[in-house]
Design a protein around this ligand. Sequence first.
Ligand code: ATP
Ligand code: MG
Length: 134
Amino acid sequence: MSTLRQGSQAVAIEQDVVLARQTARKLSIECGLRLVDQTKLITAASELARNAVIYGGGGHMDWELLEDGARRGLRLIFRDDGPGIPDVKLAMTDGWTSGGGLGLGLTGARRLVDEFSLESAPGAGTRVTICKWT
Ligand SMILES: Nc1ncnc2c1ncn2[C@@H]1O[C@H](COP(=O)(O)OP(=O)(O)OP(=O)(O)O)[C@@H](O)[C@H]1O
Ligand SMILES: [Mg+2]
């Protein structure tokens, strides 16, 4: 597997969620994802970007355009140095929210992508990695 291109952008305020969406859309097209998969990845990216702004106090979206044999993939990493998630298992439960949300962002995002990983610890920030392949 090799990385064709990579980059990063800040996700600090609500407007950055829109910019992250636009980048995810552009890269999904460049990656060659079919339309339904573009939409899934962009939807997941929106949820994770919004979480980084709301709960993480802002962070970054790193992206990598990947090639693995004949397949291409788009990996997005949402990272912040916020308070972290004390109970990751609980946070990955449908309907659980610490705020006034629906508690469906993380679980929804997981279902929409091919690869999903969440690393977080109290005081150590949060990193969510998602990937979708052609
Ligand atoms: N980056 C983050 N930093 C700290 N806590 C987070 C982060 N992302 C998610 N969480 C915690 O995980 C919970 C679940 O997140 P999830 O996105 O699934 O639901 P939500 O944001 O509460 O509601 P919504 O359905 O509107 O997204 C959040 O309520 C929050 O407590
Ligand atoms: Mg959310």
